[in-house]
Ligand binder design. Structure first.
Ligand code: NDP
Ligand code: 2IT
Length: 443
C-alpha cells in the first residue's frame, strides 16, 4: 500500500465522524504523492503521521449568562496543530456548526497556508459553537470574556496567536483582548485583527479579500487576462466577501451577486457596496434588506449564486459551498477563473471538475492567505512597537500574494502538473514545513 494511502486510512480509522478533517487530509495528501515519492526521508521520519496528529487539542467549557439572567454552556476549542516554522497562528470561528472535526480541518489547512506566506507562523485554529447572531453586545461580551478566561492559559505572543474567522470580528477580538490583558497582566500581540487604537494593523480588515483578488489577478495575468470588464459572482457578504468585492471593483470588474446564509442578491448594475457594508457591518442585518437600497435588484432564498453566469467566481462564505453540480453549472456558463476566499469552499468533486475543464483555479490555502499574512505583519509591528501606514502594509500584502502565486506555479510545473495550483500550493506549502520538521528531529 502506498505511504499516503496508509496514512489516510489510519486518519479515517482514528478520527471517526470528523468528515471535514478527512476531506482536508485526503485533498492535501493525495496531491502530495509526487513530492512524497521523490523523497524517502519523509516516510522514514514519519512526516505524514506527525503532520496529521495535532500537537494538542484543547477543549473546554464556556459558561455565560444571557440578558435574562439565564446560564448557557458552549464548547470552546483550540487545536495547536504544528509549530515547526513558527508560533501557532490561525483564527477563531464562532458558529453553531463548529465541532472538533471542523476546527481540525481548518487547523490542518492553516499549516500549509501559513507556510506559503513565507512568514514564520505555524498552524492552529479554534472557536466555539456559540452563535453571535441575535445576541446583544453584552451577551457577546459575556461569552468572549468566559471563552478567553480559559483560553488565555494556552496562548501567548510567542506561543499561539489567534485571530478572526466566521463570526469573530473586531468586536469579539476587542473583548477577548481586554480579558487576556486583565487575566495575565501582559500587553502583547497575542491576538491579531485588533482595533487600530490598541495594536491593530491598518489593512488587516481588508487583507483577505484584497489578497484573494491580487492572487487571482496574477493568475489571470499569466494568461493575458485581468479583472477589468469581467463579471464577478461572490458568495458571502462578510469580511472576506466585502473586501474581495471592493478590490475586484477597483480593478474594473462588475460584481453582480453576493449572498448570506439566508439568501442571495442579483444586481445587474453591479452591487452597491456601501449599501452592503451598511447592512452587514453596521446594522449586522440580513441581505434581504438590499432591495430597500436598490429596488430593481433581485433577492432569492432558492438555489445559490453559482447559477448566475459569470467570468470569475469567488466563494467567500464557508466550506463545501460549491458542489459538483454547482461546478458544472459554472463551467456550462463559461467561468474563466475561481478564487477560493473561504476555506475549502469546493468539494473534492467540484475541484476535479474545475481542473479537468481547464478553469483557472486558485485553491484556498494560497488564495486566502493574505489575511493571515497580514496578521503576521501585525505581529511584526507589535514586536517592534511601531505602526506602518496602510500603503506600506498593502504593498507588502500585494508582494506576498505575487510570491505565493509564483511558488505554487513553480511547484506545479516542477512536478509536471503545470497550472494545477492545487498540487502546486500543497507541495510548496508542505516542503518548507517538512524540511523544518526533518531538521528538528522526531518531535
Ligand atoms: P464572516 O463571519 O465575516 O462572514 C461569513 C459570511 O458567510 C456571511 O455572509 C455569512 O452569512 C456567510 N456564511 C457563513 N456560514 C455560512 C453557512 N454555513 N452557510 C451559508 N453562508 C454562510 O466570516 P469571514 O468573511 O471572515 O469568513 C468567510 C470565509 O473565509 C470562512 O471560510 C473563513 O474561514 C475564511 N477566511 C477568513 C479569513 C479572515 O481573515 N477573516 C482569512 C482566510 C479565510 P450570514 O451573514 O448570514 O452569517
Ligand atoms: O483562515 C484564516 O486564515 C483566518 N481566519 C485568518 C487567520 C489569522 O490568524 O489571521
Amino acid at each position: 500500500m502506498s505511504y499516503v494511502k496508509e496514512v489516510l486510512d489510519s486518519v479515517i480509522k482514528k478520527n471517526p465522524s470528523e468528515a471535514e478533517f478527512h476531506q482536508a487530509v485526503t485533498e492535501v495528501l493525495t496531491s502530495l504523492e509526487l513530492a512524497i515519492d521523490a523523497n524517502p526521508e519523509y516516510r522514514k521520519n514519519a512526516i505524514l503521521e506527525r503532520l496529521v496528529e495535532p500537537d494538542r487539542q484543547i477543549m473546554f467549557r464556556v459558561p455565560w449568562i444571557d440578558d435574562k439572567g439565564v446560564a448557557h454552556v458552549n464548547r470552546g476549542f483550540r487545536v495547536q496543530f504544528n509549530n515547526a516554522i513558527g508560533p501557532y497562528k490561525g483564527g477563531l470561528r464562532l458558529h453553531p456548526s463548529v465541532n472538533l472535526g471542523i476546527i481540525k480541518f481548518l487547523g490542518f489547512e492553516q499549516i500549509f497556508k501559513n507556510s506559503l506566506t513565507g512568514l514564520p507562523i505555524g498552524g492552529g485554529k479554534g472557536g466555539s459553537d456559540f452563535d453571535p447572531k441575535g445576541k446583544s453586545d453584552r451577551e457577546v461580551f459575556e461569552f468572549c470574556r468566559s471563552f478567553m478566561t480559559e483560553l488565555c492559559k494556552y496562548i501567548g505572543a510567542d506561543v499561539d496567536v489567534p485571530a478572526g474567522d466566521i463570526g469573530t470580528g473586531a468586536r469579539e477580538i476587542g473583548y477577548m483582548y481586554g480579558t487576556y490583558k486583565r487575566a495575565t497582566g501582559l500587553y502583547e500581540g497575542v491576538l491579531t485583527g485588533k482595533g487600530l487604537t490598541y495594536g491593530g494593523s491598518l489593512a488587516r480588515k481588508e487583507a483577505t479579500g484584497y489578497g484573494l483578488v491580487y492572487l487571482t489577478e496574477e493568475m489571470l495575468k499569466e494568461k493575458g487576462m485581468s479583472f477589468k470588464g469581467k463579471k464577478v459572482v461572490i458568495s458571502g457578504s462578510g469580511n472576506v466577501a466585502i473586501y474581495a468585492a471592493e478590490k475586484a471593483m477597483q480593478f474594473g470588474a462588475k460584481v453582480v451577486s453576493m449572498s448570506d446564509s439566508t439568501g442571495w442578491i442579483y444586481d445587474e448594475q453591479g452591487v452597491d457596496l456601501a449599501a452592503i457594508k451598511e447592512i452587514k457591518e453596521v446594522k449586522r442585518g440580513r441581505l434581504a434588506d438590499y432591495k430597500n437600497y436598490r429596488p430593481k435588484s433581485e433577492y432569492s432564498t432558492k438555489g445559490n449564486v453559482w447559477s448566475v453566469p459569470c467570468d470569475i467566481a469567488l466563494p467567500c462564505a464557508t466550506q463545501n459551498e460549491i458542489n459538483e453540480n454547482d461546478a458544472k453549472t459554472l463551467i456550462k456558463n463559461k467561468v474563466i477563473a475561481v478564487g477560493e476566499g473561504a476555506n475549502m469552499p469546493s468539494t473534492i468533486e467540484a475541484m476535479n471538475q474545475f481542473i479537468g475543464n481547464k478553469v483557472l483555479f486558485a485553491p484556498a490555502k494560497a488564495a486566502n492567505a493574505g489575511g493571515v499574512a497580514t496578521s503576521a505583519l501585525e505581529m511584526s509591528q507589535n514586536s517592534q512597537r511601531l505602526s506602518w501606514t496602510f500603503e506600506e502594509v498593502d504593498a507588502k500584502l500585494h508582494q506576498i500574494m505575487i510570491n505565493i502565486y509564483k511558488q505554487m506555479a513553480a511547484a506545479a510545473e516542477k512536478y509536471g502538473k503545470k497550472d494545477n495550483f492545487i498540487v502546486g500550493a500543497n507541495i510548496a506549502g508542505f516542503e518548507k514545513v517538512a524540511d523544518a520538521m526533518l531538521a528538528q528531529g522526531i518531535q
